[in-house]
Design a protein around this ligand. Structure first.
Ligand SMILES: [Zn+2]
Length: 280
């Protein structure tokens, strides 16, 4: 299952049944920007063909973060400028093969041998246009801001903001239809990063998984993330994790992952990146 959803004139999201993934397409006058490229070269080629049904304009690519389902399809778009946060290329180099092995196992166990086989041979394409805090592009005359708002789902989440269309592609900083994924997250920093996302004032926020949502949904998710961060602080203050899990808005496994990440990756002394939030 896949379908385009028009968010504004020339601004589209494409929805997939596979992992409930959502990618984006921004079309300007004689240029376009693809937001995320799906999880392998076959999936990337499907997306590239779907883009070509909508526009023949030359494309650039923006990657929201280094998780395989958002960027292992990039080869299908080359040659192209590939934008991402500066740490994305490093993360892809460090974890790409590990992600490949982990998800090959997942798809094999799920009985999806063709997906596992495609993932096995998907080329890893390091983004070649790094973004530090904020970069503004003109995509065929349409203003597009690429911004890192701080740590959250990862330490290199990039949002794609269309200030003139009140729309932002948020990657996995926002998740609709499932709990947020804390596997590589910074649970203490995440709520403040979502505050900065909300401060952009977008009316439509496009998650990396699930349907596009409004600011009200994201505010509610921000409060849930803040509740998890509060539990993480209590754990860092010495409360046993097992006593905290039942107080979480999220399922036990999700909460345990968040607590473990807080213990090892973002202590109470903060995770404010020197190159951090800047999207004004
Ligand atoms: Zn992710």
């Amino acid at each position: 299952m896949s379908r385009w959803v028009e968010l504004a004139d020339g601004v589209l999201a494409r929805r997939y049944g596979e992992l409930d993934l959502t990618v984006g397409l921004i079309i300007g006058d004689g240029a376009c920007l693809v937001v995320d490229t799906r999880g392998d070269a076959v999936q990337g080629a499907e997306l590239a063909a779907a883009v070509r049904e909508v526009t023949s304009a030359p494309w650039q690519v923006a990657i929201t973060h280094a998780h395989f389902d958002h960027c292992f399809g990039t080869a299908a778009f080359l040659p192209a400028a590939v934008w991402a946060h500066r740490r994305c290329a490093r993360e892809l180099a460090a974890t790409g093969e590990q992600q490949r092995a982990q998800w090959q196992r997942y798809y094999t166990v799920q009985g999806q041998a063709p997906v596992a086989a495609a993932l096995a041979v998907a080329p890893l394409v390091p983004p070649d246009h790094p973004v530090d805090g904020r970069t503004e592009l003109s995509i065929g005359g349409r203003r597009v801001v690429l911004a890192h708002l701080g740590a959250g789902h990862t330490d290199h989440d990039l949002v794609v903001w269309l200030p003139d269309d009140a729309t932002v592609f948020a990657g996995d900083l926002v998740e609709h239809g499932a709990p947020p994924d804390f596997g590589d997250a910074f649970p203490l920093a995440w709520p403040s990063t979502v505050d900065r996302l909300l401060a952009l004032g977008a009316a439509t926020l496009v998650p990396g998984h699930g349907d596009p949502v409004g600011a009200g949904f994201v505010r509610a998710q921000r409060d849930e993330l803040a509740a998890v961060a509060a539990l993480c602080h209590r754990m860092l203050d010495g409360e046993p994790a097992r006593d905290l899990v039942c107080a979480s808005p999220y399922p036990p496994d999700t909460t345990r992952t968040a607590l473990a990440r807080a213990a090892t990756h973002d202590r109470a002394d903060g995770h404010d990146r020197a190159d951090g939030p800047s999207a004004q």
